[in-house]
Design a protein around this ligand. Sequence first.
Ligand code: AMP
Length: 215
Amino acid sequence: MRLVLLGPPGVGKGTQGRRLAVERGWALISTGDMLRDAVARRTPLGQQAKELVDAGQLVPDGVMIGLVRERTLQADAQAGFVLDGFPRTIPQADALGAMLAERSLQLNVAVLMQAPDEEIVRRLSSRWECPVCRRVYNSLSAPAKDGRHCDDHPETELRQRVDDTEGTVRWRLQVYREQTAPLVDYYRKHGCLKEVKSIGALEDVYGALSQAVAG
Ligand code: AMP
């Protein structure tokens, strides 16, 4: 199963996508996490991407397409993968379709997750992540057990993302509307779009996502 999670930043793609991938034995491919790791390790990619990521601007399509092409060839992605944060533009979606077709594969489903903007701004300003495993917590709705450290890495203090400040979040929502939202029609026309409301209990959203993926 190869699926894309579409939707604005902070809608829950990472949290729900991670659970889905772990439970089904698929790879979670989060391009945002890959970029943040590259920035933290100061690789050439990280140096190129840092300013753009911090400012909530998109990294060039060519760079992202190369990254995803390599990542999807790795052994853990062969049983299936969940893409979180890619594609974000029409050229990226075209490239994804082409790279799968070259391997005689196709995308099974694109799931659009939706929530109101105000809810997203609220969620992102209470979002914390583990810098080691990238697990995401929410200080209001899904806090870490002790409120400060990762449940899986008790030595590691949780951090807020540089791009989760209110101003940058509003800018990222605008980038989403301009560059990424057209993918909704794109996948609708391809006949593989499913929609899930990402509001309410995490468990209910996960149930709706599982259903969308199943049928
Ligand atoms: P995310 O964690 O998905 O919110 O991504 C964080 C940031 O990484 C974005 O604001 C962009 O700067 C960059 N990024 C992640 N995925 C992509 C992509 N597919 N295309 C361009 N930039 C991306």
